[in-house]
Design a protein around this ligand. Sequence first.
Ligand code: SF4
Length: 335
Amino acid sequence: MAPSGADASATLAASLKANRDRYLAVIEGSVPTAANGAMCTVAGRPVADVIREVTAGAAGTIAVGSCAFDGGLSAASGGATGASGVAPFVSGTLVALPGCPINAFNLAATLVHYLTFNELPPTDAGGRPLFAYGALVHNECERRAHFEFGEFVQAWGDEGAQKGWCLYKMGCKGPETYANCASAGFDGGLSWPVKAGVGCIGCTMPAFWDAMSPFTRRLPSPLPFLPNVTADDIGQAAVIGIAGVAGLHAVGSYVRANRQGAAARRAKAAAKLVPSGAAIEGAAVAVAVAAEPMPAAEPMPAAEPAAADEAPTTILVDAVPGADLDADAGAGESD
Ligand code: SF4
């Protein structure tokens, strides 16, 4: 707006009245709440009051950047301003575009979505549009193949760094961060942090200054009395411990199963050597039957003498063609 001072306030009030429910409020920066909001005022009013007034008549509000999202750096540990994101002061629809810095591509895309569909884009539970914050940086990163192959940068400037290997071991927070930096890029898609050689710092995530730092190491220690032990160290120790217990349990189970199997095999072999009750009973019956005397054989009837006129007949077979069988034939003929 061209005016300044009291004229600017008058122009703002007139515009809000004339365009009620027909404008989008785009807000950047955190909202200091300490000292009754005295740390950030507009025309003598706490900025929180101005935000309430401006967003009350808006068709929707877009919170731009991590500070407007959840207070950003001003709300990090040690902050003295009681900084907050804009959400507590917005009564209507709110879309948040966190990032430090905000990706201008996502702001433009959100505005175009509203102009096209007359509504703001669908969001996740944190108010972040799904088209921009619906996927992990890690899943769209051009270095992901190196992660899968275990090719990691181990030190800044080493051979892996020169070859564009994965920055996970240098603290990259891509696996924990939802944003489209890898696919959209910055500066018209020219580059983004990981492409430029530094890890993702998770700047689109809630409270990332505290939750994601130190940015060049894996996750910080959750144990205040052991600040040099990172969450990764604890996680690895837990994984190793669980794996060790599981391994011991598996070995114990294997040994027990083998013992039981050996005992079962021994019992089976013993059962083969000692007949079962049924077998013993059957054998006793067989012995008893064998012990009973055999009944006396019936005498065979004596053969009756053949009648004289029933003398056996000799059958002559002509085994040798031309042989004289008359003598034999005659011997067979009785008188
Ligand atoms: S550089 Fe980061 S985001 Fe890319 S694959 Fe490695 S850990 Fe994931």
